[in-house]
Design a binder for this molecule. Structure first.
Ligand SMILES: [Zn+2]
Length: 193
């Protein structure tokens, strides 16, 4: 939700400024790369030790010892799944989606890592295979396996519900909002901000 029109005039050199090629904020070329060949060699001899079924709109946990693998498989057609990671011995060390995004970009795929929060900042998992890597980026700039936002939570859901109900109550007389259109609606929006 941005303003429809900027409030400040562009400087004379605006075009030149916006024409400068962006610099990635971190020297990611220097990041230690995972040994994918070794990871894939380890996968050769793997065997399934546990299976966890996550019902729709529910969550499940599972433990993965260091050096082991886990696969996330959509078994009933297209689905969206959220993943969170916690260090087994210290639940305070957990997946840091924001820093992972800064290091690997908005979407993850093979070779990317999922990093833990500060002060640890360690790779918690390395993606060794991605059966959806064929998708790449579509014409909308969309892709799969994003770290743009955070995992779903009821608090954000409640925030939107509250915003809708306040605005609805303010502009609909029957909704118990006092019946005023206009000023009340404006107050409703202000209250949401
Ligand atoms: Zn979600």
């Amino acid at each position: 939700m941005k303003l429809d029109h900027p409030e400040h005039p562009a400087p004379p050199d605006a075009v030149a400024r916006k024409g400068i090629r962006p610099v990635i904020c971190y020297p990611v070329e220097g990041l230690p790369r995972p040994d994918l060949a070794a990871c894939r060699a380890a996968r050769e001899g793997w065997s399934l030790v546990q299976e966890v079924l996550v019902p729709p709109r529910e969550a499940r946990t599972f433990e993965v010892p260091a050096g082991w693998f886990f696969r996330i498989v959509s078994i009933e057609g297209p689905q969206v799944g959220d993943l969170n990671l916690f260090a087994a011995g210290n639940l305070g060390e957990r997946f840091f989606s924001g820093k992972t995004r800064a290091l690997h970009g908005t979407h993850l795929s093979t070779g990317d890592r999922m990093w833990s929060c500060l002060p640890w900042l360690r790779p918690m998992a390395t993606i060794t295979d991605d059966t959806l890597d064929w998708y790449g980026f579509d014409a909308f700039g969309g892709s799969v396996h994003d770290v743009i936002g955070t995992r779903c939570d009821p608090y954000t859901h409640a925030l939107f519900l509250a915003a809708i109900s306040i605005t609805t109550a303010a502009i609909q007389p029957d909704a118990g909002g006092g019946g005023a259109v206009g000023p009340a609606a404006a107050r409703g929006r202000t209250a949401c901000a």
